[in-house]
Design a protein around this ligand. Structure first.
Ligand code: F3S
Length: 385
């Protein structure tokens, strides 16, 4: 991979050890994936934040870095609400380690607003055809597919390296030729809400890392696309999909000849109940404004009888105090900076009900708790009875 004279100087340590390490990470990735050069990026989203997932080794690595990020950079969810961790039942030892991780990122000037939906709070982070270095899989999928921005799924260290250098290697989904759909997925039935996450869970294992083109009978909303992409990335490793007549690049390419079909019966079967929920957890990926308003409407003036946890970004919560009040007045709990998957707090429950295909996939493997899927309305109904 070609490096400019300046990039070579960084690589060789003329600007210090941290930048040299970062440049070496980017160059190594560029070599592996046959990139021609480094390209400027608009923003970075850094995964590898929860102490539950990165442990002491991750903390040590981040703490050893020096310098400041040179492009807007934001963190993925941490293992707890950074202020309200006691209310989640997090123990002090975990909390101290988690706060240390966040402080280490803060020293590098990363925005410590821990969210997997940065596009809900900072529209300027990702625009059509802009290059990014994002790492959380649902955020990557949304940026590529719904916004039409360009990012590979970065690992935590490569995202952070990109943030400190301001560039990433030009390969994979940064290139037009890798954004062409290769498989058509025809979906039967009229779908809404969590159905799109269910479709993602069904399609993911077949699609794997291909670029699918979906043909739906109903037009999905951005929130439903968010659910589709999150589930596709979790159950397969899809980082980009197109939806006929909906997503911005769908028209650019011819329909792939190879196709698969998903019928309504298989979508309905994803909702099969395997256990009785004692926690209902919504907000995977983190809720956006429209979803927050919807939940506030469903909960206003009512009282939940089961634990209901709602996850969104702190910034969005601060923007919509009336909706947060409507939710918390119902005795539901709103948590920021974290989620039901990356926090150890969910592990003490027997069965978790979610409206997200991604959470349905990861709650059992990451938290050791069985999960069931319901639509948003079904989830609220379960919490109220
Ligand atoms: Fe986000 Fe956690 Fe789901 S990071 S996509 S809410 S698993």
């Amino acid at each position: 991979m070609y490096l400019t004279t300046e990039e070579e100087k960084i690589y060789n340590g003329e600007y210090g050890k941290t930048l040299a390490q970062c440049m070496q990470i980017l160059a190594a990735l560029g070599e592996i994936y046959d990139a021609d050069r480094l390209i400027q990026i608009k923003s970075v989203q850094v995964a590898g934040v929860s102490y539950k997932t990165i442990g002491d080794a991750g903390l040590e690595w981040i703490s050893g870095l020096h310098g400041r990020v040179v492009v807007p950079s934001i963190l993925n969810p941490a293992g707890m609400d950074l202020k309200n961790w006691r209310k989640m039942g997090i123990d002090r030892a975990f909390a101290e380690k988690q706060l240390e991780i966040v402080s280490a990122y803060k020293r590098l000037d990363v925005r410590c607003e821990c969210t997997c939906t940065p596009y809900h709070i900072y529209e300027e982070f990702a625009g059509f055809k802009e290059h990014l270095a994002w790492s959380e899989s649902s955020a990557v999928s949304y940026a590529n597919s719904v916004i039409g921005a360009r990012t590979n799924r970065e690992g935590g260290p490569s995202a952070l390296a990109a943030a400190l250098i301001g560039k990433t290697a030009n390969y994979g989904l940064h290139l037009d030729e890798n954004r062409v759909p290769t498989l058509t997925v025809k979906v039967e039935g009229r779908l809404h809400d969590a159905d799109f996450g269910a479709v993602g869970n069904i399609a993911g294992p077949t699609v794997k890392d291909q670029v699918p083109l979906f043909k739906f009978k109903t037009i999905p909303s951005p929130e439903e696309l968010k659910q589709l992409g999150a589930a596709l990335a979790a159950s397969g490793s899809v980082a980009l999909y197109h939806v006929s007549n909906v997503t911005p690049e769908a028209k650019t390419y011819p329909d792939p000849v190879e196709s698969i079909s998903i019928d309504k019966k298989s979508i309905d079967s994803v909702y099969a109940r395997r256990c009785t929920p004692d926690l209902i957890a919504l907000g995977c990926p983190h809720l956006g404004t429209k979803e927050l308003f919807e939940l506030a409407n469903l909960l206003k003036g009512r009282t939940v009888k089961k634990e209901l946890w709602i996850f969104t970004s702190r910034r969005l919560g601060e923007r919509h105090p009336a909706q947060i009040a409507a939710i918390t007045n119902s005795r539901a709990k709103v948590f920021y900076d974290t989620c039901m998957v990356v926090s150890p707090a969910s592990e003490r429950f027997e069965c978790i009900m979610v409206n997200s295909g991604k959470a349905l996939h990861y709650v059992p493997s990451m938290c050791g708790v069985p999960a069931v899927l319901g639509t948003t309305e079904e989830c609220i109904k379960t919490a109220l009875h």
